[in-house]
Each structure stands twice: as C-alpha cells, then as structure tokens.
Design a protein around this ligand. Sequence first.
Ligand SMILES: Cc1cc2nc3c(=O)[nH]c(=O)nc-3n(C[C@H](O)[C@H](O)[C@H](O)COP(=O)(O)O)c2cc1C
Length: 453
Amino acid sequence: MQQKQMQIYAFDMNCVGHINHGLWTHPRDRSLHYTDLDYWVDLARTAERGKLDGIFLADIVGVYDVYKGSPGPVIEAGAQIPVNDPLMPISAMAYATQNLGFGVTVNTTYEPPFLLARRMSTLDHLTKGRIGWNIVTGYLDSAARAMGFEQLPEHDQRYDAAEEYLEILYKLWEASWDDGAVVCDKSRAVFADPSKVRAVSHAGKYYRMEGIHLSQPSPQRTPLLFQAGASARGQDFAARHAECVFIATPSPQAAKPTVDVLRRKAELNGRGAEALRVLSLVTVVVGRTEKEAQGKLEDYRRHASVEASLAHYSASTGVDFSKYGPDDPIEQTSTNANQSALAAITKEASRPVTLRQITDQMVLGSRMKPIVGSPEQVADRLAEWVSQGGVDGFNLARTVAPESLRDFVDLVVPVLQERGLFKADYAEGPLRQKLFGGSGRLPSSHPAAAFRT
Ligand SMILES: Cc1cc2nc3c(=O)[nH]c(=O)nc-3n(C[C@H](O)[C@H](O)[C@H](O)COP(=O)(O)O)c2cc1C
C-alpha cells in the first residue's frame, strides 16, 4: 500500500519572536534581520530546497497586554511586537522560487472584504497561483481598541461575520469576471468584454457592498483556504470553508478527536473527509545523533523565555496567568479569546492543570514541547502523528532561525523521502493543484462554487 505523504510548511512570522520566545537572543539566531528581504528570500530558498509545501506566515493585529495587564513584558521580549505586514515579503520570496507555496494570515474583522479580495488576487497573480490565505477572526481586545472599537466582537459573532465576509469574497473571486472575459485583442483595441464582467452585491447583517472585482481572474481565483480556529464554532466554520486546517495539540492522541470531528463535519457539509487536510503545529530540534540533538536542546533552552511565553499564552486564552501561584489549578472559565487554547488546559484536560505544569512544558519558550532526536527518531515521531493522530502534515515552528529550518531540510527531509513519507519533488500547477490534484480551482463541492456564474 502506498504511504500517505505529509504536507510540511515552515511556520514563521514577520517579527523577531514568533512562538518559541527568547530564542532570538541565541548567538546564531538571525531573526533580528526580519526587516531585510534577504532574510525572507534565504528562508524561501531553503524551504524550496527541502521540497516543503510552503511557508506559512502567522500574523497578529494588536499587542499582548493581558499578562500583568500590560504590554510591557512582550515589548521587552520582542514577542510578536514589533510585527510587520505578512503579505509584503511574499512577492520577493515568490520571485526567488518556482514551486514553494505561501499561506498568509489575514484577519477578517478589521478590513473590508473588497480590498482584501484585490490584495489576495494580486498575490495569486504574482506568485503564479501559489498563494493561500489563513482566515482568522482575531482574539485581542487591544486590536479592537486600536481599530476604533470598544472591544472585540463576541466569539461566535466573529465567525458569523466571517461567513458573510467569505460570501462576498467568493462572489468577487469566482463570479465577477467570467473565464474568457479578458481578451487582450490589440487589433480591435478591446482589453476585456464588458458583457462578461459584472458587479456583485451583498446585503447582509454585517456587510453591504456592490462592486466589480478590481483584479482580473488569477490562476486559482480563490486562494487556497487555511483556517486555524478549533472551538466548536471554529470547527463548523473550518468544515464548511477550509481546505487546510491548522491545529495545535500536545500529542497525536490529543489531535485524533479534533481531526475526526473536522473530517466528519466536512462530510456532513457534502465535501468529503478528504477535502480537508489537517496540519499540526510542531517544534523539532534535530541533530545528526540523539546526543547532538539533546546538546542542541540544552544550548537553545538557556535562551528561552518562560515569561514571554506566559504573556503570549495569557493573550491567547484571555487569562492573566500572573495572578496564579505555581500550584494553583487554572480555573475553568469561558473566554472571548481563543476558546480552544483555554479548553486544552481546563475542561478538556484529564485533570486540573497548574501553572507549574504549564511552565514546565515551556522548554523552548512556548507551550509546545519540542520533538528532539536524531533524523530517524524525528521521522518516527512525525509518522506517529500521521498514523495515530490522523493529521496530514505539519507546520514547523522555528527555534533558532534559520538554523532550525536548515537542519530539518538537511537531516529530516531525506529520511522522510527515503521512507516514502514525503515527496521527492513538487507536482505541477498552482498550489491547490499541487496538494489536491484537479485544476487549481476550488472543487464543485466547495460552497464557493455555488456563486459561479
Ligand atoms: C493553531 C492556531 C494558530 C493560530 N494562528 C493565528 C494567527 O496567526 N493569527 C491570529 O490572529 N489568530 C490565530 N489563531 C486564532 C484563531 O484563528 C481564532 O481566531 C481563535 O483561535 C479563536 O477561535 P477558536 O476559539 O475557534 O479557537 C490561531 C489559532 C490556532 C488554534
């Protein structure tokens, strides 16, 4: 039987400290160069050398000010602040590569859909169909205040608004310009046929608009759709819209129920379980031998910041962890922030979790325990995630950058390829076609297809 091949992305962010906080202080770390295109182009070339499916860029609008009721701890630690626009480096990375895909996070809550539609279409043109969009709705009150609102809209309402937002985007991307609308006939001086171009409109609870999409059809039209919310409402949204879902669970066993629910919900939506690819967040520290990897871990962990990690986690969950003593159990509360992140340490945990148990896991400055070992051991663990957790692949969090990506590409990728667990080369066509086959356009089972003319 042919083995399932993993999808693998390099997970990054246009900032100094992404997930594994404090590691920018390591002497070999180069993430302080995030303001230079050279840094991003080098990263993209390394990822493509390793045949990675893409670079996945997180983003945040707002600052983490829940911990100690202040943004001070994250400003001091460079933890996702400052953070530059994630879309900007993509053109340069696309120019330097031929096959690498890009997943980019953009929040639906603070930007009119009409403008985002054009930015995504522009990138789909410039990348020759290699762009994906990670749809997020935000979880920070600080962002809402910065954008002129009193506070973040309520959790489920954010998803309701995002449903409408997507409907508008689908209309713009799939229905405003027909195939064949652009004729480019120099002899008749006709660029496009007006009878094949139309304004789309929407009048809903959250959005009203009417307009012709500003961009001509791009290779994929709708970018590949990623999503990263794991609450019940988030899963419903993912099962309807997403093609790749990003989850963060501590083990394959913990991932399995989420993966099963997502696939079942996708089936109920008439999309088929295979329409969804689930990617797990992992941190890998690999050496040529287990001993070398353990040595690297010890070296890295001397630079990790538990304080910055707690500040990040406080913002994600909406719980100020500075108010807890080391052995106090974390209370089961409801949150308007990231419900799945909080559930993971309260009601879904098999026993009450204490602050000490959380900080004990923050080996590298994040709440994800790293996979550490020789290339073969890392490959074994990743294979377990696929066989036991049912995931389709991984988003690799950086540790010491770009060393961690180079190590993965040089040491782990060849082992995965040898075992038939990872592709030897890229497939043809736009990103969606590389991952799912087909034409590069959304399949007819996707809700966007209903808006096609
Ligand atoms: C693994 C994972 C990664 C996420 N990455 C981002 C991100 O880069 N930017 C962002 O604003 N939100 C991010 N989120 C937040 C979600 O998109 C969502 O807004 C939040 O989790 C609340 O939804 P939930 O309660 O359904 O999980 C992420 C969530 C998860 C679970």
